[in-house]
Ligand binder design. Structure first.
Ligand code: BEZ
Length: 235
């Protein structure tokens, strides 16, 4: 039991597999979604306010994630009938910050046994022994975990940041660059660390004007928003 709870999948590892019942039918994860990006995220409980605000925000943005070739999959340790009733309430009754009639069309996993939550390190007893924390796993088309976020129960996530991370991961893969603090499409990108002093020197002395070096170890180049956008959702 102790060990089960202490399992924490890590960045760079294969996403652990599981079968689950969801609001959209049975799924075999991640195999059913191979070739797509996946965001597997947990929330502490249905019929709670922070979670409701998060689901409405994700629901409103669902098409944006679809366009990025990304499948959203939610999870909590509530059962299927609770999920169905909560999502119906959200759609039929909740008008929040101009959002109303929000229909959640992505799968929401029934994990009453907590098996999947434990497998993914979502049960963090210091925060709660009986519900999942707010976890977000970014899983790439080859089913590798690429980024993990954990938030506590009382703090709603920033969905613009979740989208920015997904776009950032797709950009690093497509262009072989690294991305600086607060990067957004259209901002300069970091040219990978040089393999040799010769290359570094060349960069510092670059006359083409395409590469800008702040020092020998920190060089950037322009990457237009249009170039970034032309590749999004493609890998
Ligand atoms: C909420 O979503 O509002 C919430 C859930 C569990 C604990 C605290 C807040």
């Amino acid at each position: 039991m102790e060990n089960e709870i202490n399992v924490m999948p890590r960045i760079g590892e294969k996403a652990p597999s599981f079968e689950a019942v969801t609001t959209q039918g049975k799924i075999n994860f991640p195999e059913d979604f191979k070739g797509k990006w996946k965001i597997l995220f947990s929330h502490p409980a249905d019929f709670t306010p922070v979670c409701t605000s998060e689901f409405m925000t994700f629901g409103k943005m669902a098409q944006e994630f679809e366009q990025l070739n990304c499948q959203l999959i939610g999870l909590s340790v509530d059962g299927l009938y609770s999920h169905i009733a909560w999502l119906r309430t959200i759609k039929d009754k909740i008008d929040y910050k101009g959002m109303s009639g929000i229909e959640i069309q992505f799968p929401l996993i029934d994990d009453v046994s907590m098996k999947i939550a434990k497998q993914y390190g979502m049960i963090q007893p210091g925060e709660s022994e009986t519900s999942a924390v707010r976890a977000v796993f970014f899983i790439d088309p080859k089913n590798i975990i690429r980024t993990i976020m954990y938030y506590p129960l009382s703090l709603g996530r920033n969905f613009d940041e979740i989208k920015r991370v997904l776009i950032g991961l797709q950009t690093t893969d497509n262009f072989g660059v690294a991305l600086p603090a607060d990067w957004r499409p259209g901002d300069e990108v970091i040219v990978p660390t040089a393999g040799s002093c010769g290359v570094a020197k060349e960069r510092v002395e670059d006359k083409s004007g395409k590469i800008h070096c702040y020092d020998w170890f920190f060089c950037t180049r322009q990457l237009s928003k249009e170039e970034v956008e032309s590749k999004l959702g493609k890998k």
